[in-house]
Design a protein around this ligand. Structure first.
Ligand code: PHE
Length: 366
């Protein structure tokens, strides 16, 4: 037999050279992994040679073992180095392939539109953000306590009847559940969960069992709540006058506060804005006629107390308004029911371009 190594049994040195060449020419991470398994895997060539050491006499084993260990270390180091290079290359290729030019204008074929309700909520949020309000939320399914009792409407209170409430089966603990009839329960949740000063708005869905030209069983409201040690009715007036003029974009829009009643505010008021009716049209401005758009008042001391806020130290105001109503007024949408018919032609007509976010600096609508 010749002592020349056969291709199957190269000298450790030749094997090392061969493996390192293979590592260098592995074109991607998968190919590199194949080389690793073929060399250092359980049945890999280096592993097999190491397993065979046991059959050698002690002297040869020692020398050969040291040699093989070195081969193994060098091959492992070469694999590691090559892996780094290939990973960098893969990342660079991916970055190049997934590159997008963010300076390109949106494609003309984006025809999706924002619903006027979403747009109106975005506009209100922009206006109130400027005044330092943050957005708060609450659940659509409410406990009777949050929707009524904590708002100074105990069971049997006559004001409850005006809410046309949808009642749900009792909660597991036996308490009454309802679909919230207004966003005012978010006042309760906010006061119970955070200490004053509080300055929030809470836009969201509300429900009442009513359906005609001007009522849908689901509609939207936005609630506002401010609680601190100094806020008074003057602040309430200033804030809401500013809101009306900013939202309707009429600088001299007349705003009137008319005495009213809500169980959870004292004193309470309804707010009217100036308008003119005629010829099937409604125009906003200083024309002598009035249109009611929201309810408000100073938070009732009993409500503060029920929500864990000390009424001898804190006070504040709250307001609530229907979002559909102000959207209809601002955008000339004649029929409330069309908001929820999901008619694409209607959405294309009354909808808004999604990327034009309302802001007080750049304008509410484009
Ligand atoms: N929750 C009242 C309603 O739905 C509106 C309101 C909110 C009035 C806050 C006063 C204060 O009619």
């Amino acid at each position: 037999m010749s002592s020349t190594p056969t291709p199957d049994a190269p000298t450790p040195d030749a094997l090392k050279t061969e493996l390192i060449t293979a590592i260098g020419s592995a074109g991607d991470l998968a190919a590199l992994e194949e080389v690793r398994v073929a060399a250092l895997g359980k049945k890999g060539r280096v592993t097999t040679l190491m397993k065979a050491l046991g059959q050698l006499d002690p002297e040869t084993r020692k020398a050969r073992g040291a040699e093989l260990n070195q081969v193994k270390d060098e091959v492992a180091a070469a694999l590691e180095a090559r892996r780094g290079v290939l990973q960098d290359q893969a990342l660079a290729a991916r970055l190049a392939a997934e590159q997008i030019d963010i300076t390109l204008p949106p494609r003309p074929e984006t025809t999706g539109r924002l619903h006027p309700i979403s747009q109106t909520i975005d506009e209100l949020t922009a206006i109130f953000a400027e005044m330092g309000y943050v957005v708060a939320e609450g659940p659509d399914i409410e406990g009777d306590f949050y929707n009524f009792t904590a708002l100074n409407m105990p069971p049997e209170h006559p004001a409850r009847q005006m809410h046309d409430t949808f009642y749900l089966p009792d909660a597991p603990d036996g308490s009454q559940r309802v679909l919230r009839t207004h966003t005012s329960p978010v006042q309760v949740r906010t006061m119970l969960s955070q200490a004053p000063p509080i300055r929030i708005i809470a836009p969201g869905r509300t429900y009442r069992s009513d359906y005609d030209m001007t009522h849908t069983p689901m509609f939207h409201q936005v609630e506002g709540l401010v609680v601190d040690e100094t806020t008074h009715m003057g602040h309430l007036k200033g804030c809401l006058i500013e809101l009306c003029r900013a939202f309707f974009d009429v600088d001299d829009l007349p705003v009137r506060f008319r005495p009213s009643f809500f169980p959870f505010t004292e004193p309470s008021a309804e707010v009217d804005i100036g308008c003119k009716r005629g010829g099937g049209e409604l125009k906003l401005g200083n024309y002598g006629d009035w249109l009611e758009i929201l309810g408000c008042g100073m938070v009732h001391p009993k409500v503060l107390e029920m929500c864990g806020v000390d009424p001898t130290r804190y006070q504040g105001f709250a307001f609530g308004m229907g979002i559909e109503r102000i959207a209809m007024l601002k955008y000339g949408i004649p029929d409330l029911r069309t908001f929820f018919e999901a008619d694409l032609r209607w959405l294309r007509h009354y909808g808004f371009v999604p990327l034009d976010m309302p802001s007080m600096a750049q304008g509410l609508t484009w």
